[in-house]
Design a binder for this molecule. Structure first.
Ligand SMILES: Nc1ncnc2c1ncn2[C@@H]1O[C@H](COP(=O)(O)OP(=O)(O)OP(=O)(O)O)[C@@H](O)[C@H]1O
Ligand SMILES: [Mg+2]
Length: 462
């Protein structure tokens, strides 16, 4: 059989696999959705019966089974701790009769049909081992990644492929809290890949992979410089390269940020949408002496659980719902806003809202304004490109500094070509930033395939 190079771009949002035979690139249909797409959402849904789905079907199943589901929380015992109270007497601990055993409880969503995981890549660089409670068991990150990666392997095998080697993309800087997050992340990733039955992987930084595929298709003169700008869902990755003979190149330096498209969605949620759910609302009430006054609705108590859609169901507890009920009696503007929050919590709609926010953000890449409409919670607001520009203002300041530092490290102040790729590079103000800094030399390069293609090429020639 002829040699085949394989490349897996395991992204925070999307996963793509490409094969290269020395002439042509082919993207494999790995998604489980009806149209069997080549770009698979990096999503995993585990049912209560331990069966699981990946990709588009995982998202669909989650939405089907969870939207408008009434949440019933019950308290379960998850363990006990023994507390020994006493005093130190010289070197001895003298226990007094105040020792006791405390039972630890957690609130469980008792009717939850399954759990959805998105963006598992972002946990790879965490300091502590990440374990996820899934019904009655704890799963390690590697075990969940194994399920996702295994389904990709089974999918390529069904299409008649088998690989003796594979190149896998990695960001320049992984997200996470570990001091040595890159090393940590690669160890965990290797473990998961090995569990999933992959051949020993070779890792390549994602923007370097994009350079492989770009240079296979475009000519650049020897000695020219190229900046690859890969802005995805979890990270921004940059690579600065110098073109050598033929299609080869030399990497001058790399750089990156550990925030990207997902962060933007969360910022739209907290900086724009929260106001429409009751942030900043004043709840009017009548004092004992008959005069009118107001108190601030305690929205800050809700914020974290709203942003973390996996945990939003925990807001279905008396301590939160009582605050809402009190505000709902107040009437007027406050009621309107808090009623949206009430509906969102009770219909378990946080994930749907995040997806609608993401879609509105994407719409703004093609149009000046759009509407964010979620009828079930009575939300209908306009979002403009200016709103998005305000939300991403920190990126618009940080990115030029990052680029300048990268160029400075190579002793140059401009480049001959800029290649922009990754879904978030489609945001017009990001594109504008690159155009202003490097007029006339910015090219968009296959935002959702460029990395998998380049990985397959690198694998072929390795
Ligand atoms: N048209 C668009 N306009 C703006 N953003 C978009 C558009 N299309 C996709 N995105 C955003 O791009 C991100 C996904 O891009 P991509 O598939 O390149 O990421 P990824 O490779 O999975 O992530 P990473 O490389 O960070 O691991 C998401 O945040 C998505 O919302
Ligand atoms: Mg990517």
């Amino acid at each position: 059989m002829n040699k085949i190079g394989a490349g897996l771009d395991f992204g925070n949002s999307n996963t793509t696999i490409a094969v290269y035979d020395g002439k042509n690139i082919n993207y494999l249909r790995i998604d489980s959705g009806l149209n069997k797409g080549v770009v698979m959402p990096s999503a995993l849904y585990i049912h209560k019966n331990k069966e699981f789905e990946t990709g588009s079907r995982a998202l669909l199943r989650y939405l089907e089974e969870n939207t408008n589901r009434k949440i019933r929380l019950s308290e379960v015992e998850v363990g006990t701790i023994e507390v020994h109270m006493g005093e130190m007497d010289r070197d001895y601990f003298v226990e007094r009769d105040r020792s006791f055993t405390a039972r630890l409880h957690a609130r469980i969503d008792q009717d939850m049909p399954g759990r959805l995981f998105r963006g598992l890549k972002m946990y790879l660089g965490e300091k502590e081992e990440t374990r996820f409670r899934i019904f009655d068991k704890f799963f390690r990150l590697e075990a969940l990644l194994n399920m996702l990666l295994r389904s990709v392997r089974e999918s390529w095998e069904k299409q008649g492929y088998s690989f003796s080697s594979i190149h896998i993309g990695r960001p320049v800087r992984y997200q996470g809290s570990s001091d040595n997050k890159n090393d940590q992340a690669l160890i965990r990733m290797k473990k998961a890949l090995s569990l999933a039955g992959y051949p020993a992987p070779l890792f390549l930084e994602e923007p370097i992979a994009a350079a492989w595929s770009y240079l296979d298709d475009h000519s650049l003169e020897k000695g020219n410089t190229l900046l690859v700008f890969d802005f995805g869902g979890g990270t921004l990755d940059l690579a600065l390269l110098e073109k050598l003979e033929g299609k080869s190149f030399r990497v001058l330096d790399t750089s990156g940020l550990t925030r990207a498209g997902d962060w933007i969605d969360r910022e739209i949620y907290s900086r724009i949408v929260f106001t429409h759910l009751g942030k900043g609302a004043e709840v009017p009430f009548t004092k004992d002496d008959g005069s009118r006054s107001s108190y601030p609705f305690p929205f800050s108590e809700f914020e974290e659980l709203l942003l973390n859609w996996q945990s939003t169901h925990l807001l279905n507890q008396a301590r939160y719902l009582e605050d809402i009920d009190r505000a709902l009696l107040a009437g007027g503007e406050t009621t309107l806003r808090v009623d949206r929050l009430n509906r969102l919590i009770r219909c378990n709609g946080s994930f749907t809202l995040i997806k609608l926010i993401e879609q509105a953000k994407k719409d703004l890449s093609d149009q000046e304004k759009t509407r964010l409409v979620y009828p079930e919670i009575n939300l209908d607001i306009e979002l403009t490109r200016d709103d998005l520009k305000t939300v991403i203002s920190s990126f618009l300041k940080e990115i030029p500094v990052l680029i300048n530092d990268l160029l400075q490290s190579a002793g140059i102040d401009t480049v001959d070509r800029v290649v922009s790729t990754g879904g978030s590079s489609l945001i017009p103000d990001i594109r504008g930033l690159l155009e202003n800094r490097f007029p006339g030399v910015v090219e968009e390069w296959d935002p959702f395939h460029s990395i998998a293609a380049g990985l397959a090429m690198a694998d072929y020639y390795s």
